[in-house]
Each structure stands twice: as C-alpha cells, then as structure tokens.
Design a protein around this ligand. Structure first.
Ligand SMILES: Nc1ncnc2c1ncn2[C@@H]1O[C@H](COP(=O)(O)OP(=O)(O)OP(=O)(O)O)[C@@H](O)[C@H]1O
Length: 290
C-alpha cells in the first residue's frame, strides 16, 4: 500500500531523512525512534505536506510527487499537535472538516459525522464544546476527523502522549479496530502501544531506518543480552556509570538492576527474557544512551 524508495530530505545542512526504504501493508505499522529521529518529517512527507527532495513514494499505487491530490483523497492524518477552536462543539468541528474534505452533500455529511462519532465513542459528547473535552476525548475527536471519508491510509503521530493509562488503552483498542481494513501508520515513543497490536515496526534513528521487521524480531535482537544483577545499594551509582542499566529497584539494602550487554556484567548475572524495549534500546544505542 505504501512503498518508500531511497527517500532523503534535509533542512539546510541538517540531513533529516537518509535513504529511507520501507514497504507497508494493511494493518498497524509502528514507527519508533528517539526525539529528532525524523518520524514527523517522514509522516508529513507521506501526507504530502513536505515536498519530496530525493527518492520516490507511492501510496495506493499513486505517485506522491505527481498524484498528491489522489493520495490526499485516500488519506486521514492526526498530527502530533491536534488543535481545534475550543468554542466549537465536536460535531461542528467534524462538519467543518467534512466540508474541507469535499463531502458537500449535507445528508451525506450528517451520515458520515454521525458514523465517525459513533466509531470513536463520542456521540454522547457531540454537542459539548471542545474546550470541555479531556485529552483523550480530544485525541478521539482527532481520529474521528481523520477517518471522515473512510480513508484507506491513516497516519497518526504520537497520539497517546500525555494520556492516562485508561484513555491510552481505549485509544489503542480504537486504533486496533480501525486497522483491520486499512493501513495505519502509528508513530509513538510508547513501546507498549506498538507491542500490543503492530504487525510491522520500523525504528528510525538519526534519519535512517535502523530496524524494520516484526515485534518479535525487535525483541529477539536482545536475546541473550539482558541480565539481572543484584549489587549493594552503595555501589548503585558506580554501576550506573559503567553498565547499560535500563531499570532498577531497591530490595532492602540491595539494588536489583536490569542491564543490557553482550556478555554478563558479572559472573553470577541472571539472564532475563528480552522485551521489545530492550531490542529498541540496543537498536538506537550510542555511547550516551540508556
Ligand atoms: N521545519 C523544519 N526546519 C528545520 N528543521 C526541522 C524542521 N522540522 C524538523 N526539523 C528538524 O528535523 C529533525 C527531525 O525532526 P522530526 O520532528 O521529524 O523528528 P521526530 O522523530 O518526529 O521527533 P519527536 O519524536 O521529538 O517528535 C530535528 O532535528 C528537527 O529539529
């Protein structure tokens, strides 16, 4: 559905995307990467909001450079910072967005707005002013506007940042459901959002694709590289400086550390089952990371 070939972009002298090659099929595609890795730039490029400098992108068989209009008709986008006027109701915003999307027939628009409100479970709050919405409701309204017109590609940029766990799970369930018959590209920093339902994951690091594969593949990168080490609490700070510690807890006067390393950091280190986060951290590691 989406084929990206040798895509590169720079802002001035800063190379933000470097020879990106990715193929995405129907389902949920997770995009991970540290701050500044280039995720938003990549997503904005797919949405035709950034010009293509080098490389080629095709979406639903259309060329992004030549046929942007055809692509926009098949695309829904929830930007990282979704902002709408608080004095309008959710329903008014959706009518406005539907008009912008070219749904001109009023009956058709009413039907579509009612359908998307239902889909994101906001029907009961449709006539409430948006300034009274919680963060989670606002994000669901963002999804509602993105699925107007039933797009086959939905692009969602860090939708769960700042949501409480209940709202996050609700949002995740919604995304899961919507991904059954379309491609959703989900960019996030929250590993569990991706672990839950993504068929495919890519990790962007400094503008390049550092990993592209399944959730299990990403987890497997950390096989035999995750250890549990128990040290006296007084030595905790010292080990933080020398080992790649990704988690720690205190037990009485001891510190129990989760450590990533190709070899056990001490002879009695206990091997641990790797998680996706371990695989991710190894993928984006640098001397200063963890
Ligand atoms: N319009 C712009 N002009 C100049 N530099 C930009 C512009 N937009 C982004 N950048 C820079 O490009 C790099 C990639 O930014 P981008 O927002 O794509 O990263 P990201 O992976 O989405 O980061 P985050 O996770 O923090 O949102 C950053 O160094 C950023 O400062």
């Amino acid at each position: 559905m989406v084929v990206i070939e040798e895509l590169s972009k720079q802002y001035g002298s800063l190379r933000v995307l470097r020879n990106i090659n990715l193929t995405m099929e129907t389902g949920l595609f997770g995009l991970l990467g540290p701050n500044g890795a280039g995720k938003t730039t990549l997503l904005r490029t797919l949405c035709t909001l950034e010009p293509i400098e080098r490389g080629r992108v095709s979406i639903c068989g259309f060329d992004l450079k030549q046929e942007g209009h055809a692509i926009r008709k098949r695309l829904g986008y929830l930007p990282q910072h979704f902002q709408v006027p608080g004095s309008l109701t959710g329903e008014e915003i959706l009518h406005y967005m539907a008009t912008l999307k070219g749904i001109k027939n009023k009956q058709d628009r009413n039907k579509q707005v009612a359908r998307v409100l239902e889909e994101v479970n906001l029907t009961a709050k449709a006539r409430q002013k948006v300034r009274k919405y919680s963060g989670g409701m606002l994000r669901r309204l963002g999804i509602a506007q993105a699925i107007l017109g039933n797009p086959s590609l939905l692009i969602v940029d860090e939708p769960t940042a700042g949501l409480d766990p209940t709202e996050r799970i609700r949002f995740r369930t919604l995304i899961d459901r919507l991904s059954k018959d379309r491609l959703i590209i989900l960019s996030t920093h929250i590993i569990s959002d991706i672990e839950a339902g993504c068929e495919q994951v890519a990790v962007l690091h400094r503008g390049s694709v550092a990993f592209n594969g399944s959730v299990a593949d990403l987890r497997n990168i950390a096989t035999n590289r995750v250890w549990e080490v128990t040290v006296p609490f007084t030595e905790y700070e010292k080990h933080l400086r020398t080992w790649k510690v990704t988690a720690s807890r205190q037990e009485k006067n001891m510190a129990v550390l989760r450590v990533i390393g190709d070899k056990p950091p001490v002879s009695n280190a206990k091997p641990l089952e790797p998680g996706m986060e371990d695989g991710y951290l190894i993928t984006v590691k640098s001397d200063t990371d963890y």
